[in-house]
Design a protein around this ligand. Structure first.
Ligand code: BDP
Length: 331
């Protein structure tokens, strides 16, 4: 009995010690966990590894970041974000689509056809607007480190989709972004929300007809094996986010914080390059896997079909949308 009490006292004291005060430079045991649902070698995962390497380098070995890819810590980004919020996971790379449930401003990226192109998105993300959005993660208990590319999302299904009308009556898993759910409803589909890890089984067993995502995700989650058609309507671009627990950040000293910021910043160009290369390769793999890829050269019918959703849903984000429109690259 006494032993047990002493034990729990010691554990309590150790915990208090680790929670109070700064993480000291002399402490060799600063090891952070970084969660990633994509497998090793995926462009965001490569960037996570690069980030870990640079943090170690710039802190002169004081801090180690261990990357857990392939959903090893959880295959559900909602769970990962909850864990980052309580500090059980220190750092994570997730989709801004999933972060919206914890930090509503992130929902804005669900607005259909918000960005004209990848360049348009990056002009915004790397400018004052995108920097402010990372900063505005703080009231939610997070520190935003940087943005990564997540390309454009398009519909894929067991059934053909040539025009927006073909969406009608089909059941799609939409990433849990309320605007995207409304967009699918607006197109006459039944949107279903579930973790990315559940989509393969749900399509295979006929619970849903399809989903929407970028080409690399069709490969990383093996969805290309269970659908027949991929229609490149490119209805939205959801940037990826590297972020961490705010209290953990607060325990880093200024030099360590600067090392994190520098490391994160340096991974952005690296990830964008890895993304650009892999996006092309992944689309080819989808085709080689037997999926019919339907190009949508003229998107005006799709844009017109979702305009009412854009108009209604953009209202709460008027300032951000204005900043995004102003970030269109000059032609
Ligand atoms: C992918 C993102 C991943 C999301 C997934 C999804 O890279 O972070 O979990 O989409 O649709 O594009 O849930």
């Amino acid at each position: 009995m006494k032993k047990v009490r002493l034990c729990s006292l010691l554990v309590g004291a150790a915990l208090a010690l680790s929670l109070a005060g700064n993480l000291s430079a002399a402490d060799p045991k600063i090891v952070f966990k970084l969660a990633e649902i994509h497998p090793k070698g995926y462009p965001t995962e490569l960037a996570d590894e690069k980030f870990a390497e640079l943090v170690n380098k710039y802190t002169n070995g004081e801090i180690r970041v261990d990357v857990f890819p392939g959903g090893e810590l959880s295959g559900d980004e909602k769970v990962i974000i909850e864990q980052v919020k309580v500090g059980a996971i220190h750092i994570a790379r997730v989709s801004s689509g999933a972060l919206g449930a914890f930090n509503p401003q992130m929902t804005v990226f669900g607005l259909p056809f918000l960005f004209d192109s990848g360049d348009h998105m990056w002009n915004f993300l790397l400018g004052a607007g995108g920097t402010k959005m990372l900063k505005d993660l703080e009231p939610s208990g997070f520190v935003g480190l940087c943005w990564y590319d997540g390309g454009a999302r398009s519909f894929y299904s067991k059934n053909p989709i040539a025009t927006p009308e073909d969406i009608k009556g089909q059941k799609f898993r939409m990433i849990g972004n309320p605007i995207l759910m409304k967009m699918a409803e607006g197109l006459g589909a039944s949107p279903v929300s579930m973790a990315a890890g559940q989509v393969f089984g749900a399509i295979q067993t006929g619970v849903i007809d399809g989903a929407e995502n970028n080409p690399p995700s069709l490969i990383s989650f093996n969805h290309y094996q269970v659908v027949k058609y991929y229609t490149l309507d490119e209805h939205c671009r959801l940037p990826e986010v590297l972020f961490m627990n705010k209290n953990v950040w607060g325990k880093l000293n200024k030099t360590q914080q600067a090392a994190f910021t520098k490391a994160a910043k340096e991974t952005v160009a690296f990830q964008r390059k890895a993304w650009a290369d892999y996006e092309i390769e992944a689309l080819q793999k989808v085709k080689d896997g037997g999926v019919e890829v339907i190009e949508v050269k003229d998107k005006s019918a799709w844009q017109a079909a979702v305009k009412p959703v854009f108009d209604a849903e953009s209202k709460p984000f008027a300032d951000t949308v204005k900043a995004i429109m102003a970030a269109k690259p000059k032609k």
